[in-house]
Design a protein around this ligand. Structure first.
Ligand code: ASP
Length: 590
């Protein structure tokens, strides 16, 4: 039906006849001449319809926003003075010879260029309109180029694209499962995969050697952060590899991707031990664009006359850390109060600070509600953090976990507020993760997942599980975890040992993961892999604000789809077939 996309036209097409198909972006009546901005996925072109073509004119006159038209016309230069160099097609226009109305449209719920005035719920309810916005089109086009680049690279490296089931058993990645009732097996349920983890490992046992998949994953999480119940991973696994191999393959992939799609050459990917990342940045995904670092000062605070500091300084699980902010002395009282509230969110009970007005003036030159308690140690403190005139030093003092979270988040927030970024892209690898962390009940839980290989022997793992490190690695970019993976356990006994450490008894292990344990006993090769969060990656590369901006049909924060109105109720008949009887709302609360 069409000869060209609207957005494709430029002055090389002058005097050519073209046929465009698209939507009326805007219609203007300029006293006898009608201008139609015609839009398709490639952009916008200006069409002029004059009364010399009466049929075309009448149709253009009746056309309204978002009508679908087919226009045959001739490309010509815009008259001098009306050219728009800021627009890709701004030098030319199309003089219409024929206008055909392919479809009309009711008045759209919002004007595309006024989307900011409507709430996101309206945009999601009419997502198909929202997706007509050039910004959204560009993001999804970029997403497609990203997956294309990734596929091309991986295929070139001998990776095979193999699909794994969506209806399956639970694969633990630390979230709740989405369950699907079975009609044919009364009272039984499938789980949607939280990741293809176990299947990709089984493919390695089969000998496929190099696997990838752009895979949908499902996790029923509390959606406080920027998460989606279904999201996409670039999932990768390979056999006969060590950490080094997977890191090299995937780092090259990401480098090439940035070059292909953004024309960006990423800098070096330094490697940082997990413990160091926590100590210096309070985070296992440090944003290295921000030049602020946390410094331990516990040893200085053990005997100060200020319990808020001395108590955690004397507690083996406590931490007292300082964060020096160069030039932060200009922060106002109100701003400091705001930051105090901000760290509250992370469990910090306050935010102590010292402003360094004039170091040469000793205590006199410092401004702070707490400095009076620190007379004996303040010089050493200032030396240690490298304080200079005009700085502010913030403190975190509490359980180490709280200090890390609170000061770590404050560091990121300050980086943003004070525009401290030193560069545009800061990638790194985080390595040497602990195998386990303690959950809220004090039990050991896998930090990655229970199939991650420990960096020690079975005996060492048994003797000190809490101290064991794993063979896991995360790729981090600008404070975002792009992907994570590990070398896996390929030894049956070791896998059982890890289940044991996690408090998963033999019986339960057999019931849940019997197939994996069996497979490991049938000649499983050493293997490992990694998965990238595609949505996050696209968000970073397109500058989107949330992952919803780079997903065609995302769900809301409460995991609903406003457009299709899912989830929805189902008929009594369907429930009966599925052997399900709903509890009444009242009994559910009991
Ligand atoms: N399955 C892991 C995840 O989804 C990634 C991996 O270990 O390859 O986080």
């Amino acid at each position: 039906m069409r000869s060209h996309y609207c957005g494709e036209l430029n002055d090389t097409f002058v005097d050519h006849e073209v046929t465009l198909c698209g939507w009326v972006h805007r219609r203007r009546d300029h006293g006898g001449v009608i201008f139609l901005d015609m839009r398709d996925r490639e952009g916008i072109a200006q069409v002029v319809v004059d009364p010399d073509t009466p049929d075309a004119f009448a149709r253009a006159d009746n056309a309204r926003s978002e009508y679908v038209l087919r226009i045959r016309g001739r490309v010509r230069m815009r008259p001098e003075g009306t050219r728009n160099p800021n627009m890709a097609t701004g030098l030319i226009e199309v003089l219409a010879l024929e206008v055909e109305v392919l479809n009309t449209s009711v008045t759209p719920p919002f004007q595309l260029d006024e989307h900011g005035k409507v709430g996101e719920d309206v945009r999601l309810r009419y997502r198909y309109i929202d997706l007509r916005r050039p910004e959204m089109i560009e993001r999804l086009q970029l997403r497609s180029r990203i997956t294309h680049s990734v596929r091309a690279y991986l295929e070139g490296q001998g990776f095979l694209d193999i699909e794994t089931p969506i209806l399956t058993r639970a694969t633990p990645e630390g979230a709740r499962d989405y369950l699907v009732p079975s009609r044919t097996h009364a009272g039984e349920f499938f789980a949607l995969p939280q990741s293809p983890q176990l299947f990709k490992q089984l493919l390695m046992v089969s000998g496929f050697d190099r696997y990838y998949q752009i895979a949908k994953c499902f996790r029923d999480e509390d959606l406080r952060a920027d998460r989606q119940p279904e999201f996409t991973q670039i999932d990768i696994e390979a056999s006969f590899v060590e950490e080094q191999d997977i890191m090299e393959i995937t780092e090259t992939m990401i480098r090439q991707l940035f070059r292909d799609v953004l024309d960006v050459t990423l800098p070096e990917f330094p490697r940082m031990r997990w413990a160091e990342a926590m100590q210096r940045y309070g985070s296992d995904k440090p944003d290295l664009r921000i030049p602020l670092e946390m410094v331990d000062v516990d040893d200085l605070m053990t005997s100060v006359d200020f319990k808020v500091f001395s108590a955690p300084a004397n507690d083996s699980e406590g931490r007292v850390a300082a964060l020096r902010v160069p030039g932060g002395g200009r922060l106002t009282r109100k701003e400091i109060d705001d930051y105090t509230q901000f760290v509250n969110i992370y469990g910090a009970r306050g935010l102590a600070w010292i402003k360094v007005n004039d170091r040469s003036a000793g205590l006199e030159g410092l401004q702070s509600p707490i400095v009076k308690f620190m007379e004996g140690v303040v010089d050493e403190l200032l030396d240690r953090v490298g304080a200079e005139d005009g700085d502010i030093i913030f403190f975190g003092a509490d359980k180490a976990g709280i200090v890390n979270e609170a000061l770590g988040a404050l560091r990121v927030r300050l980086g943003e507020d004070l525009a401290l970024y030193t560069r545009e892209w800061a990638p790194l690898w985080v390595v040497d993760f602990p195998m386990f962390e303690r959950d809220d009940n004090g039990r050991l839980a896998a930090l990655h997942h229970p199939f991650t290989a420990p960096a020690c022997s079975s005996e060492e793992l048994k003797a000190d599980p809490a101290g064991a490190l794993s063979r896991a690695y995360d790729m981090v970019l600008n404070g975002t975890e792009l992907g994570g993976g590990s070398i896996r356990i390929h030894d049956h006994a070791m896998q059982q040992g890890v289940f044991e450490a996690l408090g998963i008894g033999e019986e339960e292990a057999r019931e849940k993961f019997g197939f994996l344990l069996e497979a490991l006993a049938h000649g499983a090769p050493p293997h490992g892999g990694l998965a990238f969060g595609l949505d996050r990656l696209v968000m970073l590369m397109t500058g989107g604000r949330t992952i919803r901006d780079v997903i065609a049909f995302p769900k809301t924060q409460s995991a609903a789809d406003l457009m299709t109105d899912a989830p929805g109720e189902v008929s009594a008949e369907q429930l009966r077939e599925l052997h399900i009887r709903l509890r009444s709302k009242a009994s559910e609360q009991s």
